[in-house]
Ligand binder design. Structure first.
Ligand code: AMP
Ligand code: MG
Length: 181
């Protein structure tokens, strides 16, 4: 089975404004087999449809530049490449830190009238981690890295770096995740 450890970045505004719809601007992912070996990585930027101009807040948070977004393809094109990279014909599970990433994919699929069936095989490592470690409530990726005595490498809030860091937590606990086979 391919374990797809993924992390999304999206358009955002200071104070998590509810007026505007967030759209994915980066997909970062690491493909890991059941032995914990990293097979491949995926990292692509996406040009948003509704708000193609990034807010200063978003640029500061993610370090993604306007130019990287301007030269990127739109969601419908990139998601096709991402699904090909996952290989939906092979057995796979999508793993993210919380349920945000799955919900964001569903929103962008809806914006482009795409079906979201491919998202059914998904688990939240954040919630499973809390259960494995007997924590009272789920904790952030940074907290989990500390608990595992792992370093937060790269730039936090960059999809590919977040995915690589989550992948380290995944590998450290490889036998403990509950995945439907
Ligand atoms: P993360 O995976 O934690 O980097 O966050 C994913 C996305 O959530 C970011 O690209 C933003 O769109 C949004 N986000 C994260 N933190 C904040 C924040 N403090 N304020 C507004 N939006 C945020
Ligand atoms: Mg992130």
């Amino acid at each position: 089975m391919n374990n797809i450890i993924l992390d999304l970045e999206a358009t955002c505004w200071k104070g998590r404004s509810m007026q505007k719809q967030n759209e994915i601007i980066e997909i970062g992912a690491v493909k890991i087999n059941d032995k914990g070996e990293i097979l491949d990585e995926f990292c692509e930027f996406i040009k948003p449809k509704l708000n193609p101009k990034l807010s200063d807040f978003c640029i500061e948070l993610t370090t993604i530049t306007q130019e990287e977004i301007d030269t990127a393809d739109t969601y419908d094109t990139v998601i096709e490449r991402f699904k090909n990279w996952i290989d939906l014909n092979e057995s796979y599970v999508l793993c993210s830190w919380g349920f945000y990433d799955k919900k964001q994919f569903q929103k962008d699929d809806a914006l482009y009238n795409l079906d979201s069936n491919w998202l059914e095989h998904h688990i939240s490592l954040k919630h499973q981690y809390a259960a494995i470690k007997n924590l009272k409530k789920p904790i952030g990726m940074g907290g989990a890295l500390k608990m595992e005595k792992l370093t937060l490498d790269g730039t936090h809030h960059r999809g590919i770096d977040d995915a690589r860091n989550i992948a380290k937590i995944f590998k450290t606990n490889i036998l403990k995740w509950q995945v439907k086979k």
